[in-house]
Ligand binder design. Structure first.
Ligand code: BGP
Length: 493
């Protein structure tokens, strides 16, 4: 049997896409509350007011939502819906959802804490008690169902107060505010939560260039600086977490930026290698090894970056706060080439050359289970610490028929991905958990859509904001229950 006893089968979510209750219980606004709905063709927007009172609607650029000097996010831009605000309302449905996860036999549930529910602007002296009470109830409920929580501390939703004061992670002061928030929740939940992740998909900040976003050298430098402050904040949090409870297991979380050379031209092979390094190992090395990798020099030079604010003290902290485990999200692979190409992939967050050996999802994401095995083996070979795949899944259109969703396509997606994990384990990878993305339907991060559904559990909520939020288990959920019961041995439909 490939999967070890005690393997963490489960599902994953994030507060900004799932929790809702955006202005309840003393919570302050977060960046993601100001992002409109979108689609593959139409970028999500940010609505804001400049210092002269003029309203602007601009494309959201992930990981860089810094507005011009004096501008503020504008709340009631006509005609726009802000789907993350209500999301799929875990805030009011957590008992029901956890009971359904319990029914499916989940061993682990990945969720995130909304920082602005604990510190409404990110900068208060004292935490919001109502926010602390909410998550305590959630963790107790999970424990009552024998489900291990895996908690992300930051999943895209920086408190708006901080963003409007300092830009998006563009100031050193962020480090202390973040560490204070971590200290608060580590202390508060030290007997309820053992597994933590610091920053979700930390590498997106620079790796988004793989997905068709192009940055000027100046933008790139800003992004490296943003990342550096997050690296230091993460390392400080890891060190502190271990002090608060030595049993804590704290991981980094990277987006699985897995690339192939499009041809066997050595130049393509080199490009793929360097893209992989930049996409995943830049962040992985700092967080696992506690220092910048040798190829950082090349990246900085290629983008003419000098004068990053990296102090000797920071370097020491990075060394002292390395993570206990490596976790990542895996959805797809991308091809890269140095040659002229015609057949490009044009999905949301999918770009580059079409891979003729693969098929693509309705959102243009390459379906590639083998890439999961490749990435697991490559990552484990480099870091030799326990790995979790904390996001994987198929965003698809689901049809409700007589109160059911017959989502065979989702089962067909999962079977080879689970087989790929099993092969990687057989080849020596210490894989300890698998939490599928959006196990309960959530708002899409990339497009802000509801109709891009991932869940084993359906939520009646739609893109126009309608829906009564009732939940039920899809066919894939019953199938996953069998997978969990058999610890991955029975994948049959
Ligand atoms: C990752 C994020 C998740 C999730 C997922 C699926 O990048 O960590 O928050 O949303 O991708 O992406 P999407 O929602 O765009 O389909």
């Amino acid at each position: 049997m490939s999967f070890k006893e005690g393997f963490f089968w489960g599902g994953a979510t994030a507060a900004n896409q799932y929790e809702g209750g955006w202005n309840e219980g003393g919570r302050g606004p977060a960046l993601t509350d100001f992002c409109t709905g979108g689609s593959v063709k139409e970028h999500r927007k940010v609505t804001w007011e400049d210092k002269d009172g003029k309203i602007h609607v601009t494309d959201q650029v992930p990981m860089d939502d810094t507005l011009p000097e004096g501008a503020v996010h504008y709340v009631t831009a006509d005609g726009y819906l802000y789907p993350n605000r209500e999301a799929t309302d875990f805030y009011h449905h957590y008992k029901e959802d956890i009971a359904l996860m319990g029914e499916l036999g989940f061993k682990m549930f990945r969720m995130s804490i909304s920082w602005s529910r604990i510190f409404p602007t990110g900068m208060e002296d004292k935490p919001n008690q109502e926010g602390l009470d909410f998550y305590r109830k959630v963790f107790e409920e999970l424990r009552a169902h024998n489900i291990e929580p895996l908690v992300t501390l930051h999943h895209f939703d920086t408190p708006l107060g901080l963003v409007e004061k300092y830009g998006d992670w563009l100031h050193r002061d962020y480090i202390d505010y973040f560490v204070k928030y971590c200290e608060t929740v580590f202390t508060e939940y030290k007997d309820l939560v053992k597994y933590w992740l610091t920053f979700n998909e930390i590498n997106n900040t620079i790796a988004l260039s793989l997905f068709g976003f192009s940055f000027t050298d100046e933008d790139y430098k800003k992004r490296l600086q943003h990342l550096h402050y997050q690296f230091v904040a993460s390392a400080k949090a890891v060190k502190l977490g271990h002090k608060i409870n030595p049993d804590f297991k704290i991981g980094c979380m990277c987006s699985g930026m897995v690339v192939y050379p499009h041809t066997c031209d050595p130049k393509d092979v080199l490009k793929a290698q360097q893209t992989f390094e930049e996409g995943m190992f830049y962040c992985g090395d700092v967080q696992c090894f506690g220092e910048y990798p040798p190829f950082a020099k090349r990246m900085w030079k290629d983008h003419h970056v000098t004068g990053l604010d990296i102090t000797e003290e920071d370097k020491q902290i990075l060394k002292e706060g390395t993570v206990d485990m490596f976790t990542y999200s895996y959805y797809m692979t991308n091809n890269v080439t140095t040659h002229e190409i015609k057949d490009k992939v044009g999905g949301n967050y999918a770009a580059g050359v079409r891979n003729e050996y693969l098929t693509y999802s309705d959102w243009g994401w390459a379906l590639d289970p083998t890439g999961l095995q490749i990435s697991l083996e490559k990552i484990y070979d480099r870091y030799r610490r326990p790995i979790m795949v904390v996001e994987n899944g198929l965003g698809a259109f689901d049809e409700v028929e007589d109160g059911k969703v017959h989502d065979d396509y989702r089962i067909d997606y999962y079977i080879p991905h689970i087989e790929a994990m099993s092969k990687a384990i057989d080849n020596g990878v210490d894989l300890i958990g698998y939490t599928t993305w959006g196990c309960v339907d959530v708002v899409s991060a990339g497009t802000g859509e509801m109709r891009k559904r991932y869940g084993f559990i359906y939520v009646d909520k739609h893109d126009d904001g309608t829906g009564d939020m009732h939940r039920f288990i899809k066919d894939s959920g019953y199938w996953y229950k069998k997978v969990i019961e058999s610890n991955g041995a029975d994948l049959s439909k």
